[in-house]
Design a protein around this ligand. Structure first.
Ligand code: SF4
Ligand code: SF4
Length: 476
C-alpha cells in the first residue's frame, strides 16, 4: 500500500490504514461498535437499577466524566473515533435489514438547522434536569439516542441521523476540524481513472456500502460530515482510501468546495453551528461555577417567575443568540470595510466565524479535561461494583477512595489548552483576513482578534473559578 499524498502538503503524510495491524483494527468497525453496544447496555442497566448517587453510578460517571473527556481527547489526537465506533448504528442497521428506508430527508432540513436545535436541546436538558447527577435520566438519554437513530434511519435514506440530527455527531464534525487525521484518497490519479466510484455508490458485489453521508472521496475537503466509518475504504476496489495525517485546522484556512459540504462561505448553517459550538463551550462551563446561580436568581426576579425552564431559556437565549449576534455583528461591522467587495454583515460573519472554532475546541477540551483528569481513576471501582452487581465479580473488590489528578496539576493543563485554542483561532482568522482582504488584512483581522481575546479572557476567568466536582466523590 502506498502512503504517498494525493496532493502536495507542507507536512509529510502518513496513512494509518497502511500501518500493519493498526489499519486492520481501524477497519473492524463492527467489532468496535459491538464493544460500545455492550458498554452502553451496561450503562443503561446500571443507570436504571444501580445506585442513584451519580459518582457511584456507571451511567453518570462514564457518560459525563470519562466519555466526554475521552471524546475530546480522541478528536484532538486522532479524529472522529467515537463516530467510527458508534453503537447506535447497530440496531439501526438491523432495522434496515427488516425494512429498507424509501424516503428522502426533506430538502429544507438538509443543512444543520435540525442538528443545531438538537445540540442546544441536549445542552439545555443537561442543565435543566441536572443530567450529570441523574443516573436514570442519563440511561433514558442513551436509550433515546438509540431510538432516535433507529427510527429516523428506518424511514429516511442515507445517514440522515448522523448528518443532520445527531447532537454528538454535530459536535464531533465541528471539533474534528482540529483533528490531525482525515479520510482522503491515496493517489488522485487512481481516482481520476476510476469509473465505478464505489467509495460513494458501494461495492459492485454489494459486499460494502458506499459513503452514506454523500461524501465522494476524491472531492472531499476536510472532516465535516465524515464519521470515520471507513465504508469508503472497504468499498474502494483500488485500495485507494487513506486515513492520512494533516495539519490540524487546515480545513478552516481555505474555502475549497468539498463533496457533500460545498464551500464554507456559502454555508451559513455551518457558520451558525461553529458559533453555537464556541459559545456553548463558554455557557456549559458557566453552568459549573457559582456566579451562574446569582445570575439565574437575578433573571428570575426580573421576570417575576420561579420557573427554572424559563430562567434557563433566557440564559440560553442570551448566551447563544444575543451575545454572539452582538459580538460577531460588531466584529463584522468593523472589519467588512477592508474586505474585497465589501460584503454584508452576515456574509462577513459567515466567512470569519469558523476562525473561532479552535478556541471553542480549547474551551471544551479544558472543561471536559478538568472533569476527566480530576476523576480519572474513579471509573475503576464503579465499574468493579457494577460488574459485580451484574453477577460477574471477576474484577475483584472495588477499590474505593481512588480519585484523579490534583487541581494544581490540571489547572495548568486547562490554561494551556485555552491558550492553544486562542492561538489556533488567531492563526485561522489571520489566514481568512489575508484571503478576504488581501490589501488590508490587518484592518480585517483586528476586530476578530479582539473578539478572540475577549472570549479567551472570559474562558480563563470561568475556568479559574472553583468548579462543581463531578465524579470525584468516592467513599466506601
Ligand atoms: S472508489 Fe476508490 S479509486 Fe474510485 S473514486 Fe472512490 S476512492 Fe477513488
Ligand atoms: S468519507 Fe464517508 S464513508 Fe468514508 S469515512 Fe467519511 S463518512 Fe465514512
Amino acid at each position: 500500500m502506498s502512503a504517498a499524498p494525493a496532493t502536495p502538503r507542507a507536512l509529510p503524510v502518513r496513512d494509518l490504514l497502511a500501518v500493519p495491524l493498526l489499519g486492520a483494527l481501524l477497519l473492524r468497525r463492527r467489532t468496535w461498535q459491538i464493544a460500545m453496544l455492550v458498554a452502553s447496555a451496561l450503562l443503561v442497566w446500571h443507570g436504571l437499577v444501580g445506585p442513584q448517587l451519580a459518582p457511584k453510578n456507571l451511567a453518570t460517571l462514564a457518560v459525563w466524566v470519562h466519555y466526554r473527556g475521552l471524546l475530546i481527547l480522541a478528536l484532538l489526537v486522532a479524529g472522529n473515533l467515537f463516530c467510527l465506533a458508534c453503537p447506535f448504528m447497530l440496531p439501526r442497521d438491523l432495522a434496515r435489514k427488516l425494512r429498507r428506508p424509501t424516503r428522502r430527508w426533506p430538502r429544507l432540513l438538509r443543512g444543520k438547522a435540525v442538528g443545531i436545535v438538537a445540540l442546544v436541546s441536549v445542552l439545555y436538558a443537561y442543565e435543566l434536569f441536572d443530567l450529570w447527577a441523574s443516573p436514570w435520566a442519563t440511561a433514558l438519554l442513551i436509550l433515546g439516542y438509540f431510538a432516535g437513530a433507529t427510527l429516523v434511519d428506518a424511514v429516511f435514506e442515507g445517514a440522515t441521523f448522523c448528518k443532520s440530527i445527531c447532537p454528538i455527531g454535530q459536535f464531533n464534525f465541528v471539533a474534528s476540524a482540529l483533528s490531525p487525521l482525515e479520510v482522503r484518497s491515496r493517489e488522485a490519479s487512481v481516482c481520476a481513472t476510476c469509473s465505478g466510484h464505489e467509495c460513494l455508490t458501494g461495492a459492485a458485489d454489494g459486499g460494502a456500502r458506499g459513503c452514506e453521508l454523500g461524501l465522494f472521496v476524491p472531492d472531499k475537503a476536510g472532516n465535516m460530515d465524515c464519521t470515520f466509518c471507513l465504508d469508503c475504504a472497504r468499498a474502494c476496489p483500488h485500495d485507494n482510501v487513506a486515513l492520512a495525517t494533516r495539519l490540524p485546522g487546515e480545513e478552516l484556512l481555505d474555502d475549497a468546495s468539498g463533496s457533500g459540504v460545498g464551500r464554507r462561505s456559502q454555508r451559513p448553517d455551518l457558520a451558525v453551528l461553529g458559533i453555537v459550538f464556541t459559545f456553548a463551550a463558554l455557557l456549559n462551563a458557566f453552568g459549573m461555577v457559582s456566579p451562574v446561580y446569582a445570575l439565574q436568581r437575578g433573571i428570575a426576579e426580573v421576570l417575576g417567575t420561579t420557573s427554572d425552564a424559563a430562567v434557563l431559556g433566557v440564559l440560553f437565549a442570551a448566551c447563544l443568540v444575543v451575545e454572539p449576534v452582538m459580538l460577531l455583528g460588531a466584529a463584522a461591522a468593523l472589519s467588512r470595510g477592508a474586505l474585497t467587495g465589501r460584503p454584508g454583515l452576515t456574509a462577513t460573519v459567515v466567512r470569519f466565524a469558523h476562525g473561532l472554532v479552535p478556541l471553542g475546541v480549547g474551551i471544551w477540551a479544558a472543561h471536559y479535561g478538568f472533569h476527566f483528569l480530576t476523576g480519572l481513576w474513579t471509573i475503576v471501582p464503579v465499574t468493579q461494583k457494577a460488574v459485580a452487581d451484574a453477577g460477574l465479580p471477576f474484577l475483584g473488590q472495588p477499590r474505593w477512595g481512588v480519585g484523579g489528578l490534583g487541581e494544581n496539576v490540571v489547572q495548568p493543563i486547562e490554561m494551556g489548552l485555552l491558550l492553544l485554542g486562542a492561538l489556533g483561532s488567531l492563526a485561522v482568522l489571520w489566514s481568512i483576513a489575508r484571503r478576504e482582504a488581501p490589501l488590508r488584512p490587518r484592518r480585517a483581522f483586528a476586530p476578530w482578534a479582539a473578539l478572540t481575546m475577549l472570549l479567551l479572557a472570559a474562558a480563563v476567568w470561568l475556568l479559574a473559578q472553583p468548579m462543581e466536582m463531578r465524579g470525584t466523590f468516592l467513599e466506601a
